[in-house]
Structure formats: structure tokens, C-alpha cells
Design a binder for this molecule. Structure first.
Ligand SMILES: NC(=O)C1=CN([C@@H]2O[C@H](COP(=O)(O)OP(=O)(O)OC[C@H]3O[C@@H](n4cnc5c(N)ncnc54)[C@H](OP(=O)(O)O)[C@@H]3O)[C@@H](O)[C@H]2O)C=CC1
Ligand SMILES: Nc1nc2c(ncn2[C@@H]2O[C@H](COP(=O)(O)O)[C@@H](O)[C@H]2O)c(=O)[nH]1
Ligand SMILES: [K+]
Length: 477
């Protein structure tokens, strides 16, 4: 990457910069390869943040099916963490994971799982498969009614033997005038498929392990029995381990990396969070393969306002990625991503992958129920991992005095409302938007791969008015 002018006099964040188009020999946005090449087998440079309100097993599986990686957060009992990893590994790679409820479940319960979208539906199952209730059929139904009342014979089901590939699944749905269908293997449900997911399976490549199962990462903190935890996660099949704390450039982190590295688990080690080249040197020397970069840019994060500590994220990524490259390591840009352009800029600055938290919290696949506000808009709750809410969850077993001491240092917000986009309610819809933007960015730079994008990206610095000019106008001026 290079700056078009003499370069910045001060640190920059994503809104401060723009990409300049240059001559391109890349003829199609579909011929761009987005693989991160950071030692993981990901095919998409998108990682979901290890936040309780963001990455549960369902979101991790969905993201891996499209080539990315979900990091299951550390704030769970070890057994639950290992179960979550095993659950992801058991999910289909070709079809979507079914959302399943009993016939006796109510319409109100189903509405907490799905907004009214033609691309989604509930599979009704007890000891056997009973049928489906498309999400749109929930509209207008009595909240207390059992889902069995909404089961209809006319909804189409596809059989595995009839689906050769994504194209044939898409065509079968069109022929049946359906947008969503269950997939059955000899009467047993193995997943679901929608027109969009069938299409996606022709564009994205799943991120899988050596045995062809969906990949998943998990986080550990820097205190306690880190070795025991790391070993148990590796036994459960985790593909990437993330050692995570607010201030990653501290002695306890360096020791934690050395301890996990000493186990020789044979899986990539991510460590953070850091924002300086010095920190990259120390953490890579301790054994980290990938650095998680970002202090303070997160949407749930109050660190900068509480402590003044942090660094504008574009410069943080640029400096750390440069040093990481010299040391044979890589960088994940973590936090502050709100638009596809931010992903493109993080990659231009040298990141191998981009970590997204809050943006993904407002999706069907994120943990937690869908809530509805007074105006009928759907949302999910989110909170920071250093918020009072998260600290109480993490340290609830401590005596009240110790817990009160810990909560004094909270650096995140405890309650935030993240609305589902009615036109993009699924994390996959957001991935479509992100990858469409980023594929296009690559071609504007004349890059067919991430390595070429790192090389060819040309970046300018803009005023606030320049940034404003780039925004679309919802109404006339
Ligand atoms: N990217 C970011 O900007 C930030 C991210 N977070 C996220 O919040 C989660 C919780 O992280 P964390 O608060 O580190 O909790 P952890 O449970 O990982 O514990 C952090 C440990 O580091 C010690 N420590 C020393 N200095 C600091 C410091 N300045 N901030 C925090 N701990 C410090 C703590 O001791 P003691 O408590 O005695 O001080 C404690 O032993 C993680 O997921 C983290 O990524 C949190 C803040 C910023
Ligand atoms: N300072 C804090 N940072 C936090 C907290 N919870 C999460 N985070 C960081 O934010 C990113 C995600 O950023 P987003 O803009 O996509 O939401 C996450 O990976 C953490 O590094 C917090 O409570 N305080
Ligand atoms: K912030």
C-alpha cells in the first residue's frame, strides 16, 4: 500500500482515508480471490468477534460455511465451549443448519428466532420430521398458537439425491415457486436451503478442516489454567486459538503465549489486542502467528473515553501489519468496522482478515432472541466484553467485594440495541454486501488476490467533507 501524497502527519482511522482507482487488468469481480493467506484455511477475510452477543455456534457455523471464521468467546464453562466446537463441526457444509422447533412451540417463540423473511423458515420436528413453517407464515398468526396449526402440506421439501449442486437446488426452488425448503435424506432432515443460500454455494467456498468439517476458533484469556483449556479445545477440534485480553502488550500475555506455544498443538495462535510495532515484536517472539489489532475502535468499547488509550484504527493496522510481515506473522484488524469500505481499507492497510463484532450482533444467527420495539422494528441486545454486564458474568463466582472491585474497571457498554436490517437480516446478507464491496475494491486497485491488493492499494487522506460527499443521499437536498 502507498499513500498518494506525502503521507499522514497524524494517525488515521477508516473515515479519514479513501482508495484511489488505478489501471486494472482484472476483468471480473468474480475472478477475485479473497483468501486471507494467514495460515488458516479461510477463504474469506472475515472473522466474527469473540463477544457473547456476537459469536455463538450458529453464527460460527454460518460464517465458516461461507469461508470465514467465528471465534467462540472465552466467557463460557470449558465443557460448553468444547460442546460448541463439536456442534459447529457436526453442521452440514452444503446446506444451511436447520432452525428446529417442536410442533407444540408457539408462534411467539418462532418469532423470537426469525423475522418475516422469505429466505428463512422453521423446521418442525419431534421424534420425526413434521414439516416447515416459512417465516412469512408467522406474520398475522396468533402469538399463542402452536406451530402445528401452521403446518401445511403444500410446502416443498428437497431430497439430497435431487440436489447435485447449488445451481440445481436453486432451479428446484424456482420450479416449486418456493424460496426456502428443508433438505431430507431418506425422510431425515439434514439442513435447509434457500434460493440465496443455493446461489451463495456457487460463489463462496466453505472454510473446512482437514476432515472436511466446518472450521471454528475459540478464545482463552490470560489467567487461570490456560494450558488445560487450550488442550481441551484442541481435543474438541478447534482450528485456531485466540489468546485475548484488553492490553495485549503485557508480561502476562507474553507468558500465556509461551505456555500455549509450548504445548505444540499445531494450530495457529492469535494474540492481542495490540496497536504498536513493538507489541508485534514481543508477541511474535513469544510465539504468536497472528496479532489481533485494535484498542478502542469497537462499537461497545469505552476504553478511549475512560483511559485515552488506543490508536486510530487505520494507522494501527498499517503499522502492525508492516512489522508483522517483516516477522512472518499476520494481522487481524479488530473493531470499528461499520461498512464494507472499512473492510476494504483494513485489508489495504495490510490486514489478513477483518474482525467484526457489533455489526453481526444484529443478525438472525447471532446468539439471543429477536426483540421487537414499539414501532415493530426487530433488534437484538449487545454488550461489550469489558462492560459491567460481562464482568459480572465472568467473575460472578468471586465474592461480592472482589466482584465489585473488578466492575470498577469496566470499559464497555452493558446494554446496546442492534437493529436487524429488514432487507439483510442474516449474517450471510451482510457477507454478501461486504464481499461485493471488497471484490469491487480489489478490481479498482487492479488486484486479483489479497497479496496483490496489499501491494497495489493507493490511499489518500480526506477531509470530513470528502467523507460526507461519499455517502448516499436518502432524500433530495
Ligand atoms: N480491543 C479493545 O479495545 C478492548 C477489548 N476488550 C475485551 O474485553 C474482554 C475482557 O478483557 P480484559 O478486561 O482484558 O479481561 P481479562 O479477563 O482477560 O483479564 C485481564 C487481566 O489483565 C490485567 N490487566 C492489567 N492491565 C490491564 C488493563 N489495562 N486492562 C485490562 N486488564 C488489565 C487484569 O488485572 P486487573 O483486573 O487486576 O487489572 C487481568 O488480570 C476481552 O475480550 C478483550 O478483548 C476490553 C477492553 C479493550
Ligand atoms: N474496550 C472494549 N472493547 C471491546 C469490548 N467488547 C468488545 N470489544 C472489542 O471490540 C471488538 C469488536 O468491535 P466492533 O466495532 O465490531 O463491535 C471486539 O473484537 C473487541 O476487541 C468492551 O467491552 N470494551
Ligand atoms: K469506541
Amino acid at each position: 500500500m502507498e499513500f498518494i501524497d506525502e503521507g499522514p502527519q497524524h494517525d488515521l482511522t477508516y473515515s479519514d482515508v479513501f482508495l484511489v482507482p488505478r489501471r486494472s487488468g482484472v476483468t471480473s469481480r468474480l475472478s477475485v480471490a479473497l483468501n486471507p493467506t494467514d495460515g488458516t484455511a479461510a477463504t474469506l477475510p472475515v472473522v466474527s468477534a469473540n463477544m457473547n452477543s456476537v459469536t455463538g455456534p450458529r453464527l460460527a457455523a454460518t460464517l465458516a460455511r461461507r469461508g470465514g471464521l467465528g471465534v467462540i468467546p472465552q466467557d463460557m464453562p470449558l465443557q460448553e465451549l468444547a460442546d460448541a466446537i463439536r456442534w459447529v463441526k457436526a453442521q452440514p457444509t452444503r446446506y444451511d443448519t436447520a432452525i428446529t422447533l417442536l410442533p407444540t412451540a408457539s408462534v411467539a417463540e418462532a418469532r423470537e428466532l426469525l423475522p418475516p423473511s422469505v429466505e428463512h423458515g422453521i423446521v418442525i420436528q419431534d421424534d420425526e420430521y413434521r414439516g416447515i413453517v416459512p417465516a412469512e407464515a408467522l406474520v398475522g398468526a396468533q402469538p399463542g398458537a402452536p406451530l402445528s396449526d401452521l403446518l401445511r402440506g403444500q410446502w416443498v421439501a428437497l431430497a439430497t439425491e435431487d440436489i447435485r449442486d447449488g445451481r440445481s437446488a436453486f432451479d428446484a426452488l424456482v420450479a416449486a415457486d418456493a424460496h426456502f425448503a428443508p433438505v431430507l435424506d431418506h425422510g431425515r432432515i439434514v439442513g435447509t436451503v434457500s434460493r440465496k443460500s443455493a446461489l451463495r454455494s456457487t460463489i463462496y467456498t466453505p472454510h473446512v478442516d482437514a476432515e472436511g468439517r466446518l472450521a471454528v476458533a475459540a478464545a482463552v484469556g490470560i489467567n487461570g489454567d490456560i494450558e488445560g483449556k487450550a488442550r481441551a479445545l484442541a481435543e474438541a477440534g478447534v482450528d485456531v486459538l485466540v489468546i485475548d485480553t484488553a492490553h495485549g502488550h503485557q508480561d502476562a500475555m507474553i507468558r500465556a503465549i509461551e505456555r500455549v506455544r509450548g504445548l505444540d498443538l499445531g494450530i495457529p495462535l492469535v494474540a492481542g489486542n495490540v496497536v504498536t510495532a513493538d507489541a508485534v515484536d514481543d508477541l511474535v517472539a513469544a510465539g504468536a502467528d497472528i496479532l489481533k489489532v485494535g484498542v478502542g475502535p469497537g462499537a461497545m468499547c469505552t476504553t478511549r473515553m475512560m483511559t485515552a488509550v488506543g490508536r486510530p484504527q487505520f494507522s494501527a493496522v498499517l503499522e502492525t501489519a508492516d512489522r508483522a510481515r517483516q516477522r512472518g506473522a499476520h494481522v487481524w484488524a479488530d473493531g470499528g468496522v461499520r461498512y464494507p469500505r472499512d473492510v476494504a481499507l483494513a485489508l489495504a492497510a495490510g490486514a489478513a482478515s477483518v474482525m467484526i463484532g457489533s455489526w453481526f450482533a444484529g443478525t438472525i444467527e447471532a446468539p439471543g432472541r429477536i426483540l421487537t420495539d414499539d414501532e415493530g422494528l426487530h433488534y437484538k441486545e449487545s454488550w461489550g466484553m469489558a462492560s459491567t454486564k460481562a464482568v459480572e458474568g465472568r467473575f460472578g463466582r468471586l465474592d461480592p467485594f472482589e466482584l465489585a472491585r473488578k466492575t470498577l474497571f469496566a470499559e464497555g457498554i452493558s446494554a446496546s440495541t442492534i437493529y436487524l436490517d429488514p432487507t439483510r437480516p442474516s449474517v450471510e446478507d451482510l457477507l454478501d454486501m461486504i464481499t461485493a464491496g471488497v471484490r469491487s475494491s480489489f478490481t479498482y486497485a487492479g488486484a486479483a488476490t489479497l497479496a496483490e491488493f496489499h501491494e497495489r492499494a493507493r490511499v489518500g487522506i480526506q477531509s470530513a467533507a470528502g467523507y460526507e460527499e461519499g455517502k448516499p443521499l436518502p432524500a433530495s437536498w
